[in-house]
Design a binder for this molecule. Structure first.
Ligand SMILES: Cc1cc2nc3c(=O)[nH]c(=O)nc-3n(C[C@H](O)[C@H](O)[C@H](O)COP(=O)(O)O)c2cc1C
Length: 176
């Protein structure tokens, strides 16, 4: 952490990127976050909502952003993560400036599929726009957020083809 802590403190925005594992962030990322403790001082103080937290060590800490991928469709898979990063921003006396959550994540395995290619291309274009907005304005527009949250294919289709692919993989590997 010795080399990462100064980089974290000196950043304008810290972007956390991770898959969803059982409704939450993976343990390796949680370990990293837990070891950011020295960016605060141990003393307690009351915040503007009457809750307590550790006091600031630095005048300014980076704003936070999160980009995450889940295998299942739908935005509810990110509920725990979203609350966690909101709380983390509060803990670090900073703001959560962007949340980019992509369900139907397995779809990216089909990036060479002739049907999926244009749909994934459209998504990636919106993602690049989000990156530009974040750098230029330190926030995401409503339009870009809405576009990034739309299902890439209808959920029923994703479930059907996803399960067929699991059947194929189970058969190939002789497992249930
Ligand atoms: C142990 C494990 C747990 C998972 N749990 C969830 C889950 O709760 N919800 C979900 O939508 N996807 C879940 N997934 C799917 C992953 O989010 C998805 O496959 C992701 O692309 C995996 O990224 P990785 O290849 O970098 O590990 C899980 C995958 C694994 C391996």
């Amino acid at each position: 952490m010795d080399d990462l802590l100064p980089k974290f403190v000196a950043s304008d925005i810290a972007i956390f990127a991770c898959p969803v594992y059982f409704d939450n962030i993976p343990a390796v990322m949680k370990n990293f976050i837990d070891r950011l403790t020295p960016v605060l001082v141990p003393h307690f103080e009351e915040d503007e909502m009457g809750e307590y937290r550790h006091a600031k060590r630095y005048e300014k800490l980076p704003k936070l952003a999160v980009i995450s991928n889940a295998g299942l469709p739908g935005q509810t898979n990110f509920e725990v993560e979203s609350l966690f990063f909101k709380r983390l921003a509060r803990t670090f006396h900073t703001e959560l400036v962007a949340e980019i959550y992509r369900g139907e994540g397995e779809i990216f395995r089909g990036k060479n599929n002739i049907m999926l290619k244009p749909l994934l291309g459209k998504y990636k274009k919106a993602l690049r726009r989000a990156g530009r907005e974040l750098v230029e304005n330190q926030t995401l527009s409503e339009k870009t957020t809405t576009e990034l949250e739309k299902p890439i294919v209808p959920e029923s289709l994703y479930i059907k083809f996803g399960n067929e692919e699991w059947d194929r993989l189970c058969e190939e590997n002789k497992v249930d």
